[in-house]
Write a protein that binds this ligand. Structure first.
Ligand SMILES: [Zn+2]
Length: 264
């Protein structure tokens, strides 16, 4: 029988939440800079000055005054309360996104502790759910989904499916059907309405989510995500032609069903 202290897992979850907050922001800045560089290259303009944006290797800093953050400013949730939501150096308000992401990650990861049957399952599910949270934030804030996130979710889901001794090929087939279905829907919209109603990233995301949760999840996730998206659009007073990221709702729906399964 294996065990890990719940408190230790909660602390690790908070640190993962802090890393997701930082990584999701850096990833967006990194991608924006790359797109700018590519656009400048196409337009035969001089490349942007300065070093490229580091995803992993640089210290966290205040985006306003560019001071590096010290260790106390990096303690999840507590540092925000301690600093009263302001940068220690320039007193500029720190975005609420950081404590929200840390709290969200903690509440999403904690149920996995009691559910995982062995350390490998816990690691795989922790990485899978953390990657989904990171991808949802990026899509919500910048309207794109990183391909590497799909790959991580696919790999972690494979470990989990094997550990649960579920039919890998059945899940793989369901994932491919989901991908095909959304690509067809996308093509139909493009042909008849001349609009990109569904992104290719959303199709890939649905495929890996259904691969993880099985054939029955396809309709459930699609319906629940559409419903959540509709509620969001109504609250935000979006019009028919407004762009809405679908990825966060696909992820929210799949996590909702997964946690319901854990709870029942
Ligand atoms: Zn500052």
């Amino acid at each position: 029988m294996w065990s890990i202290e719940p408190l230790l897992y909660a602390l690790v979850s908070l640190c993962i939440g802090s890393a997701i907050g930082s990584l999701s922001w850096r990833w967006q800045q990194h991608a924006k800079r790359q797109w700018h560089q590519e656009a400048r290259q196409i337009l035969a303009l001089a490349p942007l000055n300065g070093p490229s944006f580091a995803l992993w290797h640089s210290r966290s800093y205040c985006p306003h005054c560019h001071h590096s953050l010290n260790a106390t400013a990096l303690i999840p949730l507590l540092s925000y309360a301690w600093l009263k939501g302001r940068c220690h150096h320039c007193h500029t308000p720190i975005s609420l996104r950081y404590p929200i992401i840390e709290g969200l990650t903690l509440s999403c990861l904690l149920p996995l502790h009691g559910y995982a049957q062995n350390p490998l399952e816990l690691v795989a599910l922790t990485l899978l759910v953390s990657t989904l949270i990171c991808a949802a934030i990026i899509d919500f804030e910048s309207y794109w989904l990183p391909d590497s996130a799909h790959l991580v979710v696919f790999s972690c889901a494979t470990i989990w499916l094997q550990s649960q001794q579920l039919d890998l090929y059945n899940h793989l087939f369901a994932g491919l059907v989901s991908l095909f279905l959304l690509l067809v829907l996308r093509g139909v919209y493009q042909f008849f309405r001349n609009m990109e109603a569904i992104g290719i990233g959303d199709a890939k995301l649905l495929a890996v989510l259904v691969y993880w949760q099985g054939p029955d999840a396809l309709i459930e996730i699609l319906l629940a995500a559409s419903f959540l998206g509709l509620i969001f659009a109504l609250i935000q007073r979006k019009t028919y032609s407004s762009a809405i990221p679908f990825g966060p709702f696909l992820i929210a729906a799949s996590l909702l069903f997964f946690y319901l399964e854990i709870a029942l």
